[in-house]
Design a protein around this ligand. Structure first.
Ligand code: BMA
Length: 376
């Protein structure tokens, strides 16, 4: 069995045994991920799964039962984990950068955890120095400006406070804080975000991560949060570790790795897929073996924290391209990016009628993958 209903008892029992009473709640995220790996499973995760899909969006923020999911429509189960993005929370906006109201995001996260699933948050905050978005890399002074003593430090601390307010509001019906995984400052070796490799020194990057962790975990006391570090793919072990925030901060050793197809119209579709798939698998194998080595030495858990092939034009991508590689490693979860309702062709999971649907059902049915039973 691959669904939570099939393996929930051993996972929960193991988590309870490992967690005991004394550990902080963030331990429950880490312990659950470790239990998933110990069970020989890989949890499937999907960004924004419950709040919109390929051709729909939740509109009733307060009342929608949050039972719709492109993934569930195809395979019968929810993803085990759902990802959300906090971009926009820093400005006090009512909705995130992709139009997801934060009140809906909060309810979806709480609902998913109460069903037995896990939730992870990324954050694409605006550029606090230029006023641009997270992708504004026009200045290499941004990170320096928000660290202690910098001219934007106070502004940034207010941004952190707003993110902290949201994370702190994730509580169950008895007001207990809910355990979640936070994955800020990702893809940080490449230079497409203002916290990227050419935009700050390793020391500045680590100081940014430490400041974020110190504020949320220590000042705000949000012990319910586990932390993921997830650089972009295709980098060396040295590059990965050069900006590693430290064992005292990081719980999950992750990587973001996507497949891109050569747009060259001269080559046949067959060749395009062959080359794209092979390169994706080759780099993924290299990445995951690095992650495994780092995690083994440090007692951490590994994850493919973002992945996918936009539009999934290769119908057997799930079982032929992704699954064989991730199965070779102790990967706790694999997250595919959002099924945008607002950008044509920008989707990374199946939906009813998509050409990868049948293969996704086989991926779901594989004994190695873990989903969250929909109870239907
Ligand atoms: C990117 C795209 C954008 C989106 C951003 C944050 O990869 O999906 O459309 O705004 O992530 O979710």
């Amino acid at each position: 069995m691959h669904t939570l209903s099939g393996i929930s008892f051993p996972i929960i029992a193991a988590a309870v045994l490992l967690t005991g009473c004394a550990k902080s709640p963030s331990g429950s995220v880490v312990d659950s991920l470790q239990s998933i790996v110990a069970e020989g499973k890989i949890a499937y995760a999907h960004q924004d799964d419950l709040v919109y899909g390929h051709s729909w969006v939740v509109e009733d923020v307060a009342g929608d039962p949050l039972e719709r999911s492109d993934v569930k429509s195809v395979c019968g189960d929810y993803p085990f984990m759902v990802g959300f993005d906090l971009g926009g929370i820093e400005l006090g906006n009512p909705a995130n950068l992709d139009g997801v109201p934060f009140d809906l995001m909060r309810r979806a996260a709480i609902t998913h955890i109460s069903r037995g699933g896990m939730v992870t948050f990324s954050w694409h905050p605006r550029n606090p120095y230029t006023g641009g978005d997270a992708w504004d890399v026009s200045s290499d002074k941004v990170v320096a400006s928000i660290l202690e003593g910098g001219e934007k430090h106070d502004v940034f601390m207010q941004w952190l406070e707003r993110a902290g307010d949201f994370l702190e509001s994730l509580k169950d019906d008895k007001a207990n804080p809910l355990p979640v995984l936070f994955r800020p400052w990702h893809e940080n070796v490449g230079s497409w975000f203002w916290w990227g490799g050419r935009l700050c020194t390793p020391e500045q990057y680590k100081a940014l991560f430490a400041l974020t962790h110190d504020y949320l975990a220590v000042v705000r006391g949000l012990e319910n949060i586990a932390w993921a570090y997830s650089p972009n793919s295709g980098i060396s072990l040295e590059e990965y570790m050069e900006r590693y925030p430290g064992d005292g901060i990081v719980d999950v050793i992750g990587v973001d790795h996507y497949e891109y197809l050569d747009p060259n119209a001269e080559i046949t579709e067959e060749k395009r897929f062959e080359a794209g798939n092979a390169y994706y698998q080759q780099v993924l194998r290299q990445d995951l073996s690095k992650l495994q080595q780092i995690a083994q030495e440090r007692g951490k858990v590994i994850a493919l924290s973002e992945t996918g092939l936009e539009g999934i034009p290769y119908p057997t991508w799930w079982t032929e391209v992704l699954l064989p590689v991730v199965k070779e490693f102790p990967v706790a979860y694999v997250l595919t990016w959002r099924n945008a309702h607002d950008r044509a062709g920008h989707f990374y999971a199946p939906f009813p009628g998509s050409k990868d649907s049948e293969d996704f059902v086989a991926f779901h049915d594989d004994p190695a993958t873990l989903f969250l039973g929909s109870g239907q």
